[in-house]
Design a protein around this ligand. Structure first.
Ligand SMILES: [Fe+2]
Length: 161
């Protein structure tokens, strides 16, 4: 089984991102609660719903592999969310905090984009076409979220402090 090790890596990374998405749900609640801009608050709330969908999609990926969906604690997400928490504690609700929240959220998005990007490649290499399509769908959503956050940063930066 030449792809044996790649399969293990694939499953391990799937568990990592499943754990990460679940951890992020809590984080997104906090980000939304602390956003001053209504646009930003809504973007975080929308991404919360989207993240729930991404968790379901990951469960479908496990199912397509004939496996039960099991996540593991993602230390990277834990660290990213800890930093977001520190930011929330050090600033008052303000456009500056909003900018910091966007920065924290974009770091999360970039982690997820890297993870899903690798997972799509692994799925392609092992010809798991159903998993590949599902993962690619989420990868696109993460990229769109990242772009949307940049747009908000640019438009809200023009608001008076
Ligand atoms: Fe996600």
């Amino acid at each position: 089984m030449p792809n044996g090790h790649l399969h293990e890596l694939f499953v391990d990374e799937l568990r990592d991102i499943l754990g990460a998405e679940k951890q992020l749900l809590k984080g997104l609640k906090k980000l939304a609660d602390n956003a001053q801009s209504e646009t930003l608050k809504m973007a975080f709330q929308e991404h919360y719903t989207q993240t729930e969908g991404q968790i379901d999609r990951l469960k479908q990926v496990f199912q397509s592999l004939g496996m039960s969906a099991r996540g593991k604690k993602c230390k990277a997400m834990e660290g990213l969310l800890e930093e977001a928490e520190e930011i929330i504690e050090s600033f008052e609700k303000s456009p500056v905090l909003d900018a910091a929240l966007i920065s924290a959220a974009q770091k999360v998005e970039h982690y997820e984009i890297a993870s899903y990007g690798c997972l799509v490649t692994f799925a392609k290499l092992m010809e798991h076409s159903e998993a590949e399509a599902l993962l690619a769908e989420t990868l696109n959503e993460e990229k769109e979220t990242d772009l949307k956050l940049t747009d908000i940063a640019l438009s809200e930066a023009n608001q008076p402090a």
